[in-house]
Unconditional design. Structure first.
Length: 299
């Protein structure tokens, strides 16, 4: 098979592992910087051009789209979809997952457990917004934040008011969520491929840090999921339309709650923590499903 990995940085661990796994299984793997692609949008002969050459005869693409480049990256993925190239994550599913508010609304509509969440535009509504999530302490998140950036724990109503006013003063969109104290700075990353959790790890925040992101000094180890956690992760990915996803879950007193659904999950932390060859499992999924129109999402 001819498979392209859409990635800006070929030396990233995840990109390298996917290339190695594909080549090990005898596939022709190419890394394409999606920002250097340009497109010929026509009714009967859509094309993607890269480095002056038309990209053709691909069986599949694996999108590794950076959060800050979602608009152009998903446009490239959509162009490949127009060319009937298989992708585990459609352009529409990636866009859905990148909009944190939309993601939470879709999950809530389907009954997925979530932290109590508030959203508002006007700073005149701050007191009511804080009350929605049960008061302080609470978590304030920038909608555009990634890897723990733009996430603040406000321990008092006064601190929450100050942070919300500051963010809104910058015209930033924010979510306000209840603080799940019983999680103890720990969350669970579930790696979903197809309709199965193929690997899971516990991420523990550094001492004094409520965020568990590995980029912020957190540690990771393998963990066994409960049936409810496994089902929640699979359902969350399916609701987003993602067939390759990292679903972040907290263990709360009222069951598992989903924090985020990531359409380009990193492989390094979870492969090292679990010893599971996630990259090969994704290549295996592509081998089984590329060419099956029923898995493609139109629109």
């Amino acid at each position: 098979m001819k498979i392209a990995i859409l990635s800006r940085r070929p030396n990233l661990y995840s990109t390298r592992r996917l290339k190695e796994a594909g080549e090990k299984r005898g596939h022709d793997i190419r890394i394409i910087d999606y920002l250097r692609c340009y497109m010929n949008i026509t009714s009967h002969n859509p094309q993607v051009i890269y480095q002056g050459q038309v990209v053709w005869n691909l069986d599949a693409v694996i999108p590794r789209i950076g959060a800050s480049k979602t608009f152009y990256g998903t446009a490239v993925v959509r162009q490949f979809e127009m060319m009937n190239v298989f992708t585990p994550n459609s352009s529409q599913a990636i866009s859905r997952s990148r909009d944190k508010l939309r993601c939470l609304q879709l999950l809530a509509r389907e009954g997925i457990g979530l932290p109590v969440t508030g959203f508002a535009h006007s700073t005149k509504d701050i007191e009511g917004l804080i009350n929605i999530v049960g008061g302080a302490p609470l978590v304030i998140k920038l909608l555009e934040g990634t890897q723990g950036l733009g996430v603040v724990l406000a321990e008092t109503p006064q601190a929450a008011t100050s942070v919300i006013e500051a963010f809104r003063g910058l015209d930033a969109n924010i979510l306000v969520q209840e603080f799940i104290k019983e999680a103890g700075g720990m969350d669970i990353r579930c790696l979903v491929i197809g309709e199965k959790v193929v690997a899971s790890m516990k991420r523990q925040g550094a001492p004094g840090e409520f965020r568990s992101n590995l980029h912020r000094g957190g540690t990771a180890e393998k963990i066994k999921l409960t049936p409810e956690e496994r089902s929640t992760a699979v359902r969350a990915a399916k609701i987003m339309g993602l067939r390759f996803a990292g679903v972040d879950i907290l263990r709360s007193n009222h069951g598992p709650v989903v924090l985020e659904v990531n359409s380009s999950p990193g492989l390094e932390g979870i492969e090292e923590a679990t010893g599971i060859d996630v990259a090969s499992k994704l290549i295996d999924f592509i081998e089984k499903h590329a060419g099956q129109d029923k898995l493609r999402e139109k629109g």
